[in-house]
Design a protein around this ligand. Structure first.
Ligand SMILES: [Zn+2]
Length: 485
């Protein structure tokens, strides 16, 4: 459209010139026409600016501004090395080495982040699924630092297709630890040493867990503050939400503590045996207090703490496995040992468990929209590869779950793009399609602001400036199926 308007403008300029100097043109009609044509062509060529920096130029694409929630139509987006270059609102041309991507009728969004991932031990099969689904970044919630640093080294050498990683080290738990292989601390002294040790390893944040004592939790909070490293993760059973907010826990996972803090009856956090999951869940559902919940939302909104609900894992652990789970085509992407652990995960669950946990999940999801409306800061995360939480695909499912739970489509999109950037304090690099940001972006066939499911209609992905088209993305993922045969 723009190109046509431009041509017409030039034509009318030439017409005005001819009108102004009719005699000269009449006198030299033949040469005049030739000169005029040459003039027109050269004007036309000269008037479309040429960019000589771009490795790629995405032409005529609709840009999704996730900050303002707007669709900016007809943009020309430069990709320069690993960054987004200039964004033009009218046509530009690349030079001879610029590769052109036709973005007509398509939409460009920032690459997606899964903010609750378990990557280190699974990266072999996880990488193709993440990139294949436009998940260009993850927050690793149980990092093996050496593995992560090796992946980052390979990324720097450009010899692996892997996401950017924001990582914790080993999780820090108390006694008895939920997972015997985590770092266990008995007292505040051990807690402080664990934080120091992890900080010296070079991780991005400290991951904390369910059975930390109140004293150890406080020691972790203080030491983290002293060393300038965030702490995030589960809300320990013995720590009230108010304390976590006061001490600045960076994020709370799985909606931990939300219902406990919204309970109409005095709820002694350690009064119910933590192993009695059914008793605890039904107590929380039965004694939910809406007013207390609204007060909590207000406090959460004012705090620095983010909520990563991980609806996928909450749903999958509270839903009885039916045929749909077990015949899912996506299972073929998953290695046999992981698949077996998924199908075996239901072994110890009773009918009563499902009855109570389905009610718990329904209540939890019914609250998410209210939390979002009241300004609680929310991140999208899946907790893959927990049972049936698929790496990559799972993030798109999480976005749909969040949307169904009442969050607006824009808020959901932000929770996997713009908000992760703010959360990590990396707004200069991530979260938007704008000049200078990382060239990890997705080109979609439909507008995700119209329907969040449109994030699944991927035409191509740029991963740190590397272009991967639709066919290459599906080949990347199909290679896993071959491996798993
Ligand atoms: Zn997790």
């Amino acid at each position: 459209m723009k190109r046509i308007r431009y041509t017409e403008k030039i034509k009318s300029k030439a017409y005005r010139l001819m009108k102004k100097f009719p005699i000269q043109f009449l006198d030299y009609r033949r040469t005049g026409v030739k000169v005029c044509l040459i003039l027109l062509i050269s004007l036309f060529i000269r008037c479309i600016p040429i960019t000589n920096e771009a490795d790629y130029l995405i032409e005529n694409v609709n840009l999704i501004d996730v900050v303002n929630g707007e669709t900016i139509e007809n943009c020309w987006v430069e990709i320069v090395g690993e960054r987004i270059g200039k964004i033009h609102l009218s046509e530009v041309k690349g030079d001879s080495r610029t590769k052109i991507i036709d973005g007509t009728g398509k939409y460009i969004i920032p690459g997606l982040w899964d903010m609750h991932a378990h990557y280190s031990l699974n990266h072999d099969f996880v990488n193709p699924l993440l990139i294949g689904n436009g998940v260009v970044g993850i927050r690793e919630m149980w990092g093996v630092p050496n593995t992560i640093f090796e992946i980052r080294r390979l990324i720097n050498k450009d010899s692996i297709l892997a996401p950017d990683i924001y990582t914790s080290g080993d999780i820090i738990d108390g006694y008895p630890p939920v997972w015997p292989w985590s770092t266990k601390v008995k007292n505040p002294q051990e807690a402080v040493s664990a934080v120091k040790e992890q900080k010296s390893q070079g991780v991005d944040f400290i991951k904390i867990y369910t059975n930390l004592s109140k004293e150890s939790y406080e020691a972790i909070a203080q030491e983290s503050k002293k060393l300038g490293i965030p702490f995030a993760g589960h809300l320990p059973l013995k720590v009230p939400m108010a304390k976590a907010l006061a001490l600045g826990q960076q994020s709370i996972e799985h909606l931990n503590g939300i219902l406990e803090a919204s309970c109409s009856k005095p709820f002694k956090l350690d009064s119910i045996d933590p192993m009695n999951r059914i008793g605890r869940a039904s107590f929380l559902v039965e004694n939910f207090d809406s007013k207390k919940f609204d007060d909590l939302c207000e406090k959460l909104a004012k705090s620095d703490t983010w909520i990563c609900p991980t609806l996928s894992v909450l749903k999958n652990t509270s839903t009885k496995l039916d045929k749909g789970f077990l015949t899912d085509d996506k299972l073929e992407y998953i290695p046999l040992h992981t698949r077996q652990s998924w199908t075996g995960s239901t072994r110890d669950k009773s009918e009563e468990f499902y009855e109570v946990f389905e009610r718990l999940f329904d209540l939890q999801t019914s609250l998410l929209g209210r939390m979002s409306e009241r300004g609680v800061k929310i991140l999208a995360g899946t907790d893959f590869p927990n049972p049936f939480c698929y790496p990559g695909f799972g993030l798109h499912e999480e976005l749909v779950l969040m949307n169904n739970a009442g969050m607006s489509t824009l808020e959901v999109l932000r929770s996997a793009t713009y908000y992760p950037a703010i959360f990590m304090q990396k707004e200069d690099l991530y979260g938007q399609v704008s000049e200078g940001k990382s060239a990890s972006v997705i080109i979609l066939n439909e507008n995700p602001l119209k329907d969040i499911r449109n994030t699944q209609k991927i035409e191509a992905v740029f991963l740190r400036g590397k272009y991967i088209n639709k066919e290459e993305l599906s080949e990347l993922m199909l290679s896993l199926k071959d491996k798993n045969q």
